[in-house]
Design a protein around this ligand. Structure first.
Ligand SMILES: [Fe+2]
Ligand SMILES: [Fe+2]
Length: 471
């Protein structure tokens, strides 16, 4: 595309050069960002050449430029998808109006909250994944980890641009705070629960990119509908990068399941752990953990925030543009809730149930991936299957957080939950076992014993390409 400035200190397609104040403010934030990257970014290979893709434009087929890059020299840029002619707001109370190119005063606070909440997840995940390279199961996996990390850094840049450009002094302070919070820090934690959980083994990393990054996809997709056009355009371009993260997670888990299935098939009746693999029960528990923490990220099942965001035309539904109806008025959604100690169905005005509507789309997408993993078991004639737990199980946010449920969604007592915890969720022993088999495999074309090599590399390169020059 025209108008991409690739060579200034901050690559961008937002005409930073024409706004010296904004440019200076972002250039002042840049060293703090690099400090944060040095302290909290990947703890290995910072000085090594990594085969990475860099966004250099927003053209459908021209943006991903692959080359060897040392991570601290990655060109973190600000890229918004192209402005679409005279776009009109297409949902909520402002439907039919021209899109907002500035922040409407009455929406300033909620819009800032939406952007800060999304922004905070980006550096958080980098912090969570900080030490994974040490135990990477292959060079390709290590490279994929670094790719995800540098792109989460770029997503932070994208959000910080919005804060600096549209929210004045408050925005600049929020941008500074984004570099001060730390994942899992008791005093200065990240904003959302899932982003404070440790992610120290590769099964968890795959589950994180499968389930938690996938929440990100649905949040970004609903913000890509936003009537605040700069946010919509920012999110639209982030989604193109996000697709890779999701595939790292989905295919990562598929490769582990395939390996486990092979070990089970070749050694009927034997404990997979005694063969150095990851048993299905452990995979299931890791899925249960990250899937449920990711369900929390959609917010309460019954939520006045969701109604406000939609009414203000700031956050749409998934693929809002493709729906026939865009007011979400005079409709209800049935939400099961606990009343008087039992589950009953409650009719909720649709606008107040939009978090749940978005969660429906997410759950369906996750079910599709589970079917794909189960196909690996099926192909080898195994009877076992992985499942997604009920969306009521193990919740820390929303309608179900006050009660305990089993993985099929039945209401149970806290004592029953505790008695089964180690069966349903990863235990200390599971984590210790995973740590014990996570030995680095850093040779070209080699793969760890507990997983299988992917069918393809990246950028049409073979699996045995030197994705990271560890030298
Ligand atoms: Fe991201
Ligand atoms: Fe991501």
């Amino acid at each position: 595309m025209a108008d991409v400035d690739r060579f200034s200190r901050i690559p961008n397609n937002v005409h930073l050069n024409d706004d010296k104040r904004l440019q200076r403010a972002l250039e002042a934030w840049q060293p703090a960002y690099l400090e944060w990257w040095k302290e909290m970014g990947p703890a290995m290979a910072q000085e090594k050449d990594v085969y990475l893709r860099t966004a250099t434009s927003v053209d459908a087929d021209g943006w991903a430029h692959f080359d060897y890059v040392k991570m601290p020299e990655y060109r973190w840029g600000i890229f918004l998808a192209e402005q679409a002619g005279d776009r009109k707001i297409h949902f909520g109370d402002n439907i039919g109006q021209p899109v907002f190119n500035e922040v409407p005063g009455e929406y300033r606070n909620i819009l800032r909250r939406i952007i800060v909440t999304q922004a905070d997840t980006e550096p958080a995940s980098v912090e969570q994944q900080r030490r994974l390279a040490f135990t990477a199961p292959s060079l390709l996996d290590m490279r994929n980890l670094f790719q995800v990390n540098v792109e989460e850094g770029r997503h932070l840049w994208a959000m910080v641009y919005l804060l600096h450009a549209f929210f004045g002094k408050d925005g600049r302070e929020e941008a500074d705070e984004l570099l001060r919070r730390r994942s899992g820090d008791p005093d200065k934690p990240r904003i959302l629960g899932a982003f404070n959980q440790p992610c120290n083994d590769w099964i968890s990393f795959y589950a994180f990119t499968m389930f938690t990054d996938r929440d990100g996809k649905y949040q970004l997709a609903s913000l890509a509908e936003s009537g605040f056009d700069p946010l919509a355009r920012t999110c639209r371009f982030m989604l193109t990068e996000e697709a890779h993260h999701l595939s790292v997670g989905e295919t990562g888990l598929m490769r582990v399941v395939r390996r486990t299935a092979e070990l089970m098939k070749a050694n009927p009746g034997k404990d997979v752990r005694s063969l150095g693999g990851v048993d299905l029960a452990t995979i299931q528990r890791v899925i249960n953990f990250w899937y449920t923490y990711s369900l929390d990220l959609f917010g309460g099942e019954i939520s006045s925030n969701s109604a406000d965001f939609f009414a203000a035309s700031l956050k749409g539904r998934y693929q809002e543009e493709r729906r026939d109806e865009h007011t979400a008025m005079n409709q209800v959604k049935i939400v099961p809730v606990v009343e008087n100690g039992r589950l009953t169905n409650k009719e909720v005005p649709l606008r107040n149930a939009l978090n749940e509507v978005l969660r429906d789309d997410y759950v369906e997408d996750c079910e599709r991936a589970v079917r794909r993993w189960n196909h690996e078991l099926e192909k080898l004639g195994l009877e076992e299957r992985l499942v997604l737990p009920s969306r009521r199980f193990h919740r820390h946010q929303g309608e179900y957080a006050r009660n305990c449920f089993d993985p099929t969604g039945n209401l149970i007592t806290p004592a029953e939950f505790e008695a089964n915890r180690a069966k349903w969720l990863p235990s200390e022993a599971d984590m210790a076992y995973l740590r014990s088999i996570m030995q680095p495999v850093h040779g070209i074309g080699q793969i760890a014993h507990w997983t299988s090599a992917p069918a393809r590399g990246v950028d049409s390169k073979p699996f045995d390409f030197e994705y990271v020059r560890l030298g």
